[in-house]
Design a binder for this molecule. Structure first.
Ligand SMILES: [Zn+2]
Length: 415
């Protein structure tokens, strides 16, 4: 490894450790954006660092969306597409400690001890073998690492600082850092897109070295509300309609093979992820996911049909179902005009010696929403593994490559 490479990895690691020390877990139960105070603290730190780097139009919105602009330094008369980067401020609530105590280990092979009785074991995580001999960021076993998405933020911020002091000409670049990605892309949906006037953008929000994501799920949720008829059990005969049992009947009618645990790759699913109720009212929360738009809409129809059947079987129960679309497959926003976004990304990856691995993400990114707003936004790797888990880890050489690609893209490869 060259001295420059070690120095760059050190700079990225220092940045990551500074960012991960701020607890910025989002909270799905909150009714405001951002959902947690820590995201404000993190956004203010980034805003100060952007100001210090002399980036222009640094703006923190009242929903904690941070945007900024790096002006073009191209010679007069030369133009190039304007690109943007979008990363998220929050980390996922996985039921672990909200406070992250990240550290660097030298991976010499075998299992990696995190802390206490927590390990990354080769048996469960054979992927660690690919990183023997590397420096790796890990947790102390009590929390997620939060490389999702602070690795993305660190990668972009380091590139910004380096670009601002680079005398070579580069095109205009826009930056956005958004809250509450992990709880249904709530933050990005509050972004003022006039502050992000780009031809296309990129997210850095997943996964191992080389991954490129141009396909995400279409996502919606359905809420089924069942009102029964309450009665004292002593006089319930012919009177009571128990909404909990109606819910049970309803859930039992879904195809048991079309669930997250029975599907993979580009197969979608219906996921009953919450049920809460009492003798009067029971509510069922259902997530609907599919890469294919047509099948996605069919899945909604299946739910409507099941509700209709249950209404017939339980005529005295009142059953309502509502649907809300959350995000769309970004693949459907790709056109012959914006396909250059992917081409530039693949060129940049090759320029830094990374072989692309194309993946259809079984989830969504902020780009899934931006793409529905006309900003095609593919995603590429930060290098981290095991998101949303205490076994999340981030090899520094992978983060370095991710950052190098950001640098190439900001400089305007092949422009
Ligand atoms: Zn993420």
């Amino acid at each position: 490894m060259t001295t420059a490479s070690i120095e760059l990895q050190d700079a990225l690691a220092a940045r990551f450790l500074r960012y991960s020390a701020i607890s910025s877990q989002s909270d799905a139960s909150a009714t405001v954006v951002p959902s947690s105070q820590g995201q404000w603290e993190f956004a203010r730190l980034l805003a100060a660092e952007l100001e210090e780097a002399k980036v222009e139009d640094v703006h923190l919105s009242d929903t904690c969306v941070l945007t900024a602009r790096i002006p073009s330094t191209l010679p007069d008369g030369k133009t190039a597409p304007t690109i943007g980067f979008c990363t998220h401020l929050d980390t996922a609530d996985s039921g672990l400690s909200p406070d992250v105590h990240a550290r660097i280990v030298e991976h010499t092979g075998g299992d990696i001890h995190l802390g206490g009785d927590q390990w990354i074991r080769r048996e469960e995580h054979p992927e660690i073998d690919a990183y023997v001999g590397q420096r790796i960021l890990v947790t102390d076993g009590t929390s997620v690492l939060g490389a999702d998405d602070k690795a993305g933020v660190a990668s972009v911020m380091e590139a910004v600082v380096r670009l601002m002091s680079d005398p070579r000409p580069h095109p205009e670049v826009y930056l956005s850092f958004v809250p509450d990605e992990e709880i249904g892309l709530r933050g990005v949906q509050t972004m003022d897109l006039e502050r992000f006037p780009v031809d296309w953008a990129y997210t850095l929000d997943c996964c191992e070295l080389g991954e490129v994501v141009e396909a995400t799920f279409n996502a919606a949720y359905a809420t089924v509300v069942i009102e029964g008829v309450a009665a004292h059990p002593m006089s319930a005969y012919g009177v009571m309609v128990n909404p909990i049992l109606v819910a049970h009947d309803l859930i039992g009618r879904f195809d048991p093979t079309q669930t997250p645990e029975c599907t993979k790759d580009r197969e979608g699913y219906i996921w009953v992820d919450a049920i809460h109720g009492d003798q009067s009212v029971t509510t069922i929360d259902v997530n609907i996911r599919d890469h294919d738009r047509g099948r996605f809409e069919q899945r909604k129809d299946e739910i409507r049909q099941v509700v209709e059947q249950v209404r017939t079987s339980h005529p005295r129960a009142r059953i309502d179902v509502t649907f809300k679309d959350v995000y769309a497959n970004l693949e459907d926003s790709k056109t012959s005009d914006n396909a250059v976004a992917t081409q530039r990304l693949l060129d940049a990856m090759r320029a830094v010696g990374v072989e692309p691995i194309h993946r259809s993400m079984r989830g969504g990114t902020d780009g899934s929403w931006l793409s529905t707003q006309g900003i095609f936004t593919p995603n590429f790797f930060t290098g981290a593994h095991n998101f949303h888990s205490r076994c999340e880890f981030l090899p520094l050489p992978s983060l370095e490559r991710s950052h190098n690609i950001v640098m190439e893209l900001m400089r305007g490869v092949s422009s």
